[in-house]
Design a protein around this ligand. Structure first.
Ligand code: ADP
Ligand code: MG
Length: 633
């Protein structure tokens, strides 16, 4: 009769809520981060919508987030998180909070149910639980929301979504208080008995500054009270202004506690002063002087901005100028490369573009960056682009075009710096053994583990930057676990005029090292790159030479040893003698092999193997043939 609609949760929501309630106790702090992140999303949506539909701003001037914790008259502990964002109408309350629309949450669910509860704890970090994390700390949750005005919804009405942690149903009904919010959403958590710590404003302040101070550019205000001694004759209390909001709740008026103090000559009284404390008043991290930003701040900013609960492997904080517009930026190297990087031919890069601190878009279209670099995460704040620039116009601006190439250059620089710091990389015999590596070596090793193949792709495809990317690529060799091209060339033997490699896709370095082609070179002390990865041979063919030394496939003719010159005449003489001596055998072989081989010769390549089949200098290698055959199928 009062317009209350009762709904059953979809079964997956019910399952999720059960997991949340039962197994994530030790991670329950995350609820606040999730609710603030939702408030931020709603405010961003409002601001973006207002560019084309100004009516949405009617109802409440301000765009902010407020948090208030208190016990009401009957002792019920409440934590109220309110935003003046886009809000939700009744249907949206039902759809957004009553169903699992979010793919991330579904993935969480699938994984959580296939792992034990300790595993679930890590998952919450990786996926985030969104709104449902409210039930980690609340017995009951009320979400009152008043959608923003729009031509489609000229007279929005405030509705409430309510649900208890022990029920499998939720209700949606018109708010009996009327449209008191002005605009936006108010989440009231009825705190569990064992979650009263969140009434403590210090605790809340700590949580916000740790996890959410970077999560939003909108101000977050926390309601606090403190007792202050004021002279009795002073009539005015000192009350800091409340964040502007058109609908101030009457019941939140200042509480006064008057106490007479007799001993002091000057009469004072204690008053309870209410304050709205601005929790995220620091300028955003990218606007600050890099010298004043701590590592932890960079990491936390990355984690909350890009919703990655792993720390980044590196970053660069820089300012620049793109097509006459100055900007500040931070780029990050994530700790993982998704499988989708290799599966999708196109990847959109995660570049969050802001103009004067206001978020504009993170969708810079396909090909925002060259494929190989599309994994980098960037925030960019430009000084003077028109705020309502549409994505289409933006994409064609000179600003964006230049920005992209600046980002790629910076990325390469950042990677190179990490590599340089790891001074001994390439000499490590115990790669992968954390204990044996210095912090710098470990830092580069991690980057190389994740991005080595992406860097090969860069050297192949990004011709403009090839010379800068190629030195970052690492290959295993018969002498080391890994080496760079520079290190290879530095360590070459005297007189060596080629970079030796053996390529056989799919083979491990160990298997390649045992090849007969490598034997002779190894015995003579030459380093041979062992190329078993799909992009290796294409890399070699794209780069062609390094420091003027051509690459030489040791399975192909054309191999030149630098030390042949030691006694070329004697060597030739010996070769001649042997050929004469073994003529009958060679003839017999040639006859037996017929068309299968072009020639049979005496070789100085081999040490322990009796014979080897070698490709013609200008023919395809066996490996290339394999790849071509695979393509033609
Ligand atoms: P996600 O934020 O990843 O979408 P959540 O579970 O956190 O998942 O939120 C579900 C949805 O509920 C959001 O996508 C949004 O549509 C809606 N929502 C949640 N909180 C708010 C809010 N404060 N204002 C407006 N909409 C909200
Ligand atoms: Mg969310």
């Amino acid at each position: 009769a009062d317009g209350t609609q009762k709904y059953d949760y979809q079964s997956d929501v019910a399952r999720l809520r059960k997991i949340v309630i039962n197994s994530l106790y030790s991670h329950r702090d995350v609820f606040l981060r999730e609710l603030i992140s939702n408030a931020n999303d709603a405010l961003e949506k409002l601001r973006l919508t207002s560019l084309t539909v100004p009516e949405v701003l009617e109802g409440a001037e301000s765009m902010n987030i407020t948090i208030k914790a208190f016990k009401d008259e009957d002792g019920t502990a409440k934590l109220v998180i309110r935003d003046t964002g886009i809000g939700m109408n009744a249907d949206e309350l039902t759809a957004n909070l009553g169903t699992l629309a979010k793919s991330g949450t579904s993935e969480f669910l699938a994984r959580a149910e296939s792992s034990d509860s300790t595993g679930t704890g890590n998952l919450i970090g990786a996926f985030g639980l969104g709104f449902y994390s409210s039930f980690l700390v609340a017995d009951k949750v009320y979400v009152a929301s008043l959608a923003a005005k729009s031509p489609k919804n000229p007279q929005p009405q405030q509705y409430v979504f309510s649900s208890s942690s022990d029920e499998s149903t939720f209700e949606v009904y018109p708010d009996p208080r009327g449209n008191v919010l002005g605009r936006g959403t108010e989440i009231t958590l009825i705190l569990k008995e064992d979650a009263l710590e969140y009434l403590d404003t210090l605790r809340v302040t700590e949580l916000v500054s740790k996890h959410s101070s970077f999560a939003t550019a909108f101000p977050i205000y926390l309601h606090t009270t403190r007792t202050e001694e004021v002279p009795v004759d002073e009539e005015e209390e000192e009350v800091t202004e409340k964040p502007k909001s058109e609908d101030e709740d009457e019941d939140e008026a200042v509480v006064e506690d008057v106490e007479e103090e007799e001993e002091k000559p000057k009469k004072t009284k204690s008053v309870t002063v209410e304050e709205w404390v601005h929790l995220n008043s620091q300028p955003p991290i990218w606007m600050r002087d890099p010298k004043t930003v701590t590592e932890e701040e960079y990491e936390l900013f990355y984690q909350s901005t890009f919703k990655d609960y792993e720390k980044p492997l590196g970053w660069a904080h820089f300012s620049g100028d793109s097509a006459g517009t100055s900007f500040k930026a931070i780029l990050y190297i994530p700790s993982r490369l998704d499988d989708s990087f290799w599966q999708n031919p196109q990847t959109t890069a995660d570049i969050r573009l802001m103009v004067k601190r206001v978020f504009i878009t993170s969708d810079l279209g396909e090909d925002a960056l060259p494929k190989w670099a599309s994994w980098v995460k960037v925030v960019v704040d430009a000084d003077d682009l028109p705020l309502n620039v549409s994505r289409e116009t933006l994409q064609s601006t000179r600003f964006l075009k230049q920005l992209k190439s600046i980002i790629v250059k910076r990325l390469i620089q950042t990677l190179a710096k990490i590599a340089e710091k790891a001074a001994h990389v390439g000499e490590l015999d115990v790669l992968g053994d954390d204990a044996e590596m210095s912090e710098e070596e470990l830092a580069w090793w991690r980057v190389s583990q994740v991005y080595n193949n992406a860097l090969k792709l860069g050297a192949v495809e990004d011709t403009k930057n090839r010379e800068r990317i190629a030195p970052l690529v690492r290959f295993p060799s018969n002498q080391r676990n890994e080496t760079s091209l520079d290190r290879y060339v530095e360590g070459r033997k005297q007189g060596q005029k080629q970079i030796f490699y053996l390529a056989d896709m799919g083979k491990t370095p160990e298997a390649l090292a045992k090849s007969v082609f490598v034997e002779k070179l190894h015995a003579r002390g030459y380093e041979v790159l062992l190329l078993g990865q799909p992009l290796d041979e294409i890399f070699v063919q794209s780069v062609r030479t390094w420091k003027k030394l051509p690459f030489q496939d040791v399975a192909k003719a054309g191999l030149k040893f630098g030390d042949e010159e030691e006694d070329p005449e004697e060597e030739k003489e010996r070769q001649k003698e042997l050929t004469e001596q073994y003529k009958p055998l060679l003839e017999w072989f040639k006859n037996e092999a017929k068309d299968a081989v072009r020639n049979v010769v005496i070789s100085n390549r081999l040490v322990t193997s009796p014979c080897a089949i070698v490709a013609d200098a200008y023919g395809y290698t066996a490996n290339m043939e394999k790849m071509l055959n695979a393509q033609n199928q």
